[in-house]
Design a protein around this ligand. Structure first.
Ligand code: TRP
Ligand code: ZN
Length: 870
C-alpha cells in the first residue's frame, strides 16, 4: 500500500479556483448521470496543469468551453488537465460522470439510505461525485438541477433557495436550487426521496421570516417535534449570546438512517443521522433528548462558525469544530444546568480524549500530518479543541471574548480562515498576549500539573508550587511549557472559603501557569487551607496533588462549587479503585474505606439539596473511566474491583436506595430539567437495588409500569448488569415490541453487547444474523460491535484473544464496505501499549493480520501503521 501523507507545512494557495458551478443530476439508484459545468479561473499565471480530485465513479468526458478536450491524464485519485495550449485565464469546464448510489456502502459521496438518495461530502466526499478542486479554500456559487422519478422522489432538495421546478415525461420532475453564498465543495448537499414534512418558521431579531423544514421517514412525524423545538431554541440563543442571525430564507434538516457520523452542516440543508432527530417518550431516553438538542444546535451554529467562515485547509478543522463544540456546550449550559453540563463534558474528555492522546493516534488539535482526513474528526480536534476555546474564554472573560468573536467575523466573513486568524482576532480585540497560549494548537499530549504546598503558620502565608510537565507522545518527543489557566479556591477545614490575597490585594482565582515551575503565594491565611485545584477543569490537564481522604471529604461536603464537589468524589473513587486493585493483585480481600462510605452516605441523606449532583457523585465510574486512573490496564482486575464497589454500595445503603426510590413519584412523562433529574436519581437507586434482595421484583415492576423509554431502559440495564431472573423475559419482551425499529433496537443490541455473562461474545456473534441487524448500517454496527469492543472491556480483552479475533474479522469485511466506520471501530485494538505483554502480543498479531490485507483502505492503513511503528 502506498498512501501518501499530507503535511500542514506544505500548504499552497490553489493555482486555479472555481467561481461558479452548475450541477445537473439525473437521479437513478443504479445509474445517476452527473454533469458539472464549472467556471474556472487561473490564479497563478504560470500554472499550466489543472489537477482535479475524483474517484469511485465512471468518467465519461471532459469539455472546455463546450469543446471536447483530451489533453488529460487520469489516475486512481484524479485527473490532470494539461492547459499549456489554453491562453484564456477563465474558461468553462464540463465533466460528465456516472454513479451507482445503490452500491455505495461507504456512505460518502452520493448514496442510497433506505429509499432515499443523499450525499455526504465532508471531508473529501465531493470527489466521489465528479472531478473537482475538492479543497475547502475553493469557494464557489452552486446551482443544482435535480431530475428524478416523481413517485419515488417527490422531494428534490439542495442548498440555498428553490428557484424553479417543472414536470417532465415518463413520470419525472425537476427542481433547480441556487445557493447565493459561495461555499467549499464539502458543504454541498443533495437529497431526494419521499418524506413526512414538519414545517415551522422563525422570525429573526431583525424581523426576517425563515421557513424551517424537517424531513423524516414516512410515519415518523410523531417523533419530529423535539428536533424542531431545539432548532428554534438554538436560533434564538445564537442571536442573544453571540449576536448571530440566520442568513437564508429557508433552513432544512433531513433525517436519514444510514449515516457515518452524527450530522452534517451543509449550507441550508443539514443532513442528520436519524438518531439525532427522532424522539418521542416511547422511543427516546432523556439522554437521547439532550443529545438531539445539542447536535441540532451544533449544526445550526456551524452556519457562522464553519460555513460563513470556513477552513483554509483540513489541518485547520478545529477552527470550526472546536469553536462550534464550545458554542453548543455554552448553549446547553445557558439553557440547562451549567454544572451538570460541565461535569458530563469533563467526564467525557478525561476518559476518551486523554486516552486518545496517550495512544498511537496522539495529535495536536491542529494536526501536522494526515493520510486520511476522516481519521482526524477526533475527540482531540473537537473536544480538546473546545477546551482550548474555553481557556481563551477564561483568560479573556465573556466581554473581550465576544469582542474577539465580532472581530474574527468581521475580518474573515466569506473566507477560508486558519486557527491563527482566530487567535489573532482574539489577541487584537482583547489586548492580551497570547503568544505562549498558541502552543496549545501545536503541542499534543496531556500536560500534568504537580502541585505541592507549604503553610507558614507564623506568617499566615500559604504557598502553592506548580510544576508542569507534558510526557512525550507517539507523534512528538519534545514538549515545551504551555500557558495554563489554573483556577483555584482555598477552603478552611470546616468548609468556608478563604479569599485569595497577596500584599493586601485580592487576587483573581485563575492563576497563570506559564513556567516549568512556579510558586504562588497567598497572604492572610489563618489556618492550613484545603486547596481546590483546577476548579471547573479550567484546563485540559491532569492534576496531581497528594490529598488526604479527609480533605477530599471536606471538599465533597462543603465546597460551594458543584464541580469541585463532584471532582472530589472522583478522586475518592479513584483512590478506592487503586487501593483495591493492589489488594486484588496481592490476593488480599477487598475493602471499602469507612470514611469514604460515610461521606457518600451523607450525600445520599442530603439528596434533596441537589438531585442531579447527588446522582453524578454517586454514579460509579465506568470501567473505561477507571482504566484512565492506572498505568497498566488490568481489565479483569478493574471489573472485579468495580463489582465489589457496586455490591458494597448497594448493600451498605440498601434502605436509603429503597426509600428514595419510593419517594420519587413522577406521573406524566415530561422532558423538563426537574423531572430528568428525579428520573436520573430514581434510576440510579434502581441500578443499586438490582444488586440487593429486592432487585428482581423492583426491576420487574419498574419495567412493567414504565411509561417512557428512559425508565424501560433503566430496568433492562439493571436486570442485565445484575443478571436478574427477570432479565431474559424483559429482553424478549422489548425485542418483540421493537424489532421493526432500528433506532430502538440499537439500545437492545448495546444491552446484549455489554452483558457481564461469560458467553457474551457468542451472543454478539449470533446477533450479527439477527433480522433487525444490518451490517451496512453504522448505527447497528456501533450498537452491537462498538458497544462490545468499547464498553465491555473485560470480555473484549479476554486473555484467549477471542475478542481481538472477532473484531479483526469484522474489520476485514468493513475495510471493503465502509472504511470510515472501520477506522473508528479499530481504535481499542491499536491501544495495546496500555496492556500487559500477553495481551499486547495478541493485539499486535491481530493488527499484523489486518496489515497484510491486499486492498487495505487508507483509513485503516494510517492507524495500523502508527500503532505498529510505536
Ligand atoms: N462536520 C460534521 C459536524 O461536526 C461532522 C462530519 C465530518 C461528518 N465528516 C463527516 C458527518 C462525515 C458525517 C459524515 O457536525
Ligand atoms: Zn461540527
Amino acid at each position: 500500500m502506498v498512501a501518501k501523507a499530507k503535511y500542514r507545512k506544505d500548504y499552497k494557495t490553489p493555482d486555479f479556483t472555481i467561481t461558479d458551478i452548475f450541477l445537473d443530476f439525473q437521479l437513478d439508484p443504479q445509474r445517476t448521470l452527473v454533469t458539472a459545468k464549472s467556471l474556472v479561473k487561473r490564479l497563478n499565471p504560470q500554472a499550466t496543469q489543472l489537477r482535479l480530485d475524483g474517484h469511485s465513479f465512471q468518467f465519461e468526458q471532459v469539455q472546455i468551453n463546450q469543446q471536447p478536450f483530451s489533453q488529460y491524464q487520469q489516475d486512481g485519485e484524479g485527473l490532470t488537465l494539461d492547459l499549456s495550449e489554453l491562453a484564456a485565464d477563465e474558461f468553462e469546464l464540463t465533466i460528465n460522470t456516472i454513479l451507482v448510489p445503490a452500491e455505495n456502502t461507504s456512505l460518502q459521496g452520493l448514496y442510497q439510505s433506505g429509499e432515499a438518495l443523499c450525499t455526504q461530502c465532508e471531508a473529501e466526499g465531493f470527489r466521489q461525485i465528479t472531478y473537482m478542486l475538492d479543497r475547502p479554500d475553493v469557494l464557489a456559487r452552486y446551482t443544482t438541477r435535480i431530475v428524478a422519478d416523481k413517485t419515488t422522489y417527490p422531494y428534490l432538495l439542495s442548498n440555498g433557495n428553490k428557484v424553479a421546478c417543472g414536470e417532465l415525461a415518463e413520470g419525472k420532475h425537476w427542481v433547480e436550487w441556487q445557493d447565493p453564498f459561495p461555499k467549499p465543495s464539502y458543504l454541498f448537499a443533495l437529497v431526494a426521496g419521499d418524506f413526512d414534512l414538519l414545517q415551522d418558521h422563525f422570525v429573526t431579531r431583525s424581523g426576517r421570516q425563515v421557513t424551517l423544514e424537517l424531513f423524516v421517514d414516512k410515519g415518523n412525524l410523531n417523533r419530529a417535534d423535539w428536533a424542531m423545538a431545539s432548532l428554534k431554541k438554538a436560533m434564538k440563543w445564537d442571536e442573544e449570546r453571540f449576536g448571530l442571525e440566520y442568513d437564508l430564507d429557508i433552513y432544512m434538516i433531513v433525517a436519514v438512517d444510514f449515516f457515518n457520523m452524527g450530522a452534517m452542516e451543509n449550507k441550508g440543508l443539514n443532513i442528520f443521522n436519524s438518531k439525532f432527530v427522532l424522539a418521542n417518550p416511547q422511543t427516546a431516553t432523556d439522554e437521547d433528548y439532550m443529545g438531539i438538542e445539542s447536535v441540532i444546535a451544533h449544526e445550526y451554529f456551524h452556519n457562522w462558525t464553519g460555513n460563513r467562515i470556513t477552513c483554509r485547509d483540513w489541518f485547520q478543522l478545529s477552527l470550526k469544530e472546536g469553536l462550534t463544540v464550545f458554542r453548543d456546550q455554552e448553549f446547553s449550559s445557558d439553557t440547562g444546568s451549567r454544572a451538570v453540563n460541565r461535569i458530563n463534558n469533563v467526564r467525557f474528555l478525561r476518559t476518551i480524549q486523554f486516552a486518545e492522546d496517550a495512544s498511537p493516534m496522539s495529535h495536536p488539535i491542529r494536526p501536522e500530518k494526515v493520510i486520511e482526513m476522516n481519521n482526524f474528526y477526533t475527540v482531540t480536534v473537537y473536544e480538546k479543541g473546545a477546551e482550548v476555546i474555553r481557556m481563551l474564554h477564561t483568560l479573556l472573560g465573556e466581554q473581550k471574548f465576544q469582542a474577539g468573536m465580532q472581530l474574527y467575523i468581521a475580518q474573515n466573513d466569506g473566507k477560508a480562515a486558519t486557527c491563527e486568524d482566530f487567535v489573532a482576532a482574539m489577541e487584537q480585540a482583547s489586548g492580551i498576549d497570547l503568544s505562549q497560549f498558541r502552543r496549545w494548537y501545536s503541542q499534543s499530549g496531556t500536560p500534568e500539573l504537580t502541585v505541592t504546598d507549604h503553610y507558614d503558620a507564623g506568617k499566615h502565608c500559604y504557598q502553592l508550587t506548580v510544576v508542569q510537565h507534558t510526557p512525550a507522545t507517539a507523534d512528538q518527543m519534545d514538549k515545551i511549557n504551555l500557558h495554563i489557566p489554573l483556577k483555584i479556591a482555598l477552603y478552611s477545614e470546616n468548609g468556608d472559603k478563604i479569599s485569595l490575597q497577596y500584599e493586601g490585594r485580592t487576587l483573581n482565582d485563575v492563576l497563570n501557569v506559564t513556567q516549568k515551575e512556579q510558586v504562588f503565594e497567598f497572604h492572610n491565611v489563618y489556618q492550613r487551607p484545603i486547596p481546590a485545584l483546577l476548579c471547573d477543569f479550567s484546563a485540559p490537564v491532569k492534576l496531581d496533588y497528594n490529598y488526604e481522604v479527609e480533605q477530599l471529604v471536606t471538599l465533597l461536603q462543603f465546597a460551594e462549587n458543584d464541580f469541585v464537589r463532584w471532582d472530589a468524589a472522583q478522586m475518592l473513587w479513584a483512590k478506592e479503585l487503586r487501593e483495591n486493585l493492589m489488594r486484588y493483585q496481592l490476593e488480599q480481600s477487598l475493602q471499602f474505606s469507612q470514611s469514604v462510605l460515610a461521606a457518600f452516605g451523607q450525600v445520599l441523606v442530603d439528596y434533596q439539596q441537589d438531585i442531579e449532583l447527588t446522582t453524578l457523585i454517586l454514579t460509579l465510574p465506568k470501567e473505561t473511566e477507571f482504566a484512565e486512573k492506572v498505568k497498566t490496564i488490568d481489565p479483569e482486575g478493574i471489573a472485579v474491583v468495580r463489582d465489589f464497589m457496586l455490591h458494597t454500595l448497594a448493600q451498605q445503603f440498601k434502605q436509603q436506595w429503597l426509600k428514595i426510590y419510593n419517594q420519587i413519584k413522577l406521573e406524566q412523562y415530561r422532558v423538563v430539567p426537574e423531572d430528568i433529574a428525579l428520573r436520573g436519581l430514581r434510576n440510579l437507586c434502581l441500578s443499586y437495588l438490582a444488586f440487593t434482595e429486592f432487585g428482581n421484583s423492583v426491576v420487574n415492576q419498574h419495567y412493567l409500569y414504565a411509561n417512557n423509554m428512559t425508565d424501560s431502559l433503566a430496568a433492562l440495564n439493571a436486570a442485565s448488569k445484575a443478571g436478574l431472573a427477570c432479565r431474559d423475559n424483559l429482553l424478549a419482551d422489548f425485542e418483540q415490541k421493537w424489532q421493526q425499529d432500528g433506532l430502538v433496537m440499537d439500545k437492545w443490541f448495546a444491552l446484549q453487547a455489554t452483558r457481564p455473562d461469560e458467553n457474551v461474545l457468542e451472543i454478539v456473534q449470533q446477533l450479527i444474523s439477527h433480522p433487525s441487524f444490518n451490517f451496512n448500517n453504522p448505527n447497528r454496527l456501533r450498537a452491537l460491535v462498538g458497544s462490545f469492543v468499547n464498553q465491555n472491556p473485560r470480555h473484549f480483552h479476554a486473555i484467549d484473544g477471542s475478542g481481538y479475533r472477532f473484531l479483526t474479522d469484522i474489520l476485514l469485511k468493513l475495510n471493503e464496505t465502509n472504511p470510515q466506520v472501520a477506522a473508528r471501530l479499530i481504535e481499542p485494538l491499536i491501544r495495546f501499549n496500555r496492556y500487559d505483554e500477553q495481551r499486547q502480543t495478541l493485539m499486535k498479531r491481530a493488527l499484523e493480520r489486518l496489515s497484510e490485507v491486499e486492498n487495505l483502505s487508507k483509513d485503516l492503513f494510517e492507524k495500523i501503521e502508527k500503532a505498529l511503528q510505536a
